[in-house]
Design a protein. Sequence first.
Length: 357
Amino acid sequence: MSTLHDQNRRGFASDNYAGAHPEIIQAIADANGGHQVSYGEDVYTERLQEVMRQHFGEQAETFPVFNGTGANVTALTAMVPRWGAVISAQTAHINTDEGGAPERVSGLKLLTVETSDGKLTPELIDREAWGWGDEHRAQPLAVSITQTTELGTLYTVEELRSISEHAHAKGMLVHMDGARIANAAAALGEPLREFTTDAGIDVLSFGGTKNGLLFGEAIVALNPDAAPGLVYLRKLNMQLASKMRFVSAQLVALLEGGLWLRSATHANRMALRLREALAREVASGNLRGISFTQATESNAVFAVLPPGVADRLRERFRFYDWNPATGEVRWMCSFDTTEDDIDSFVTAIREELVAAG
C-alpha cells in the first residue's frame, strides 16, 4: 500500500496525532516471529512486570490494556463497588471524554467538582466527600486525579501526598489517570515512584499512546489490595489482548531505557518554546489579541484568540477549540514536534492576529 497522507503536514490538536516512535515500531518487529503464549503468558509481558516494578516498587502488578478509557474504567471498576462513587475534577477525562463509560460500564457514580486549573485539593474533595451510610447517596469511595491534568497543569509531589493522605483518612482510595504521566515526570524532575507509589496513589492508569506507542496502556496496581479482581475485570471489560506481547514489548521499549523521559521532555520543551515565543511578542507590543488561560507546565498551551482567528488558522494547522464560547483553544506538542514546527506555527498565529486587527 502506498502512503496515503502528507507526512510533512503537522498539527497541534493532540499528541495522539503523532505517529509511533521508530524505536517502538522496532520493538514490535523484534517481538514478532515465532510463537509466544497468548493472553499475557509471554516473555515480553513477564519482562514488563519486572520493568514496572523497577519504576514503581516490588509490590506493583501490571495489566496491559488497549487504551486509556479501558484502563480508567477497568481500574475504577476494580476499586469501587456498584454502590460506590468517584470524586473527580469536572474537567477530568473520565467525566468529559469517555462517553459515560465509567458510569455506563462500571455502574459507578461520578461526583465532579469545579476547579479553575483542573486540580483537586483536599478542600475541593470535601465538597463531595460526605454522606457515608446514607442509603440515598452513592458512597464516595475513591478519588480520581489526572497527572498532568486535562488543562495541562501539574500536581506537585506535596499536593499528591496531601490528597492521598486526606482521601485515605476518610476511607477512600486514590486513582491516578496517568495518560501523560511521563510529561509530569519530565516537568517535576522526579522518578515515577516519587509521585505515585510513595505519594500514596493506589492504582495508576499508565499512558503510552500519547508518548509514542502505536497502541496500548497499562493499569498498574501500586496497592494490589485496592483493586481486587483486575485479572477478571480486564477480560470482562474487553481489554485482554490475545497477542499481548505486542502491547508489552512497546511498554518495555518505552520504559526499559530512557525513551519515555526523552520523548516527554522534548514535548514539554516544545510547548514551552511556543508559549514563550508568543509571550515575548505580546510583551513587546508586537502581538495583540491573544491571552493565556493556564500555566504551561507540560506539553499543552491554552490560549484565547479573537473571533474567527482560530478557524482561519486551522486551515494551516489542525487544533481544537477548548471553549468555543470564550474563544479558548488548546495546542498540544508531541515527541516529534520540531522547533521548525513551532516557529512556523508562531508565524502563522502572528499573521492571522495582524490580519484580524
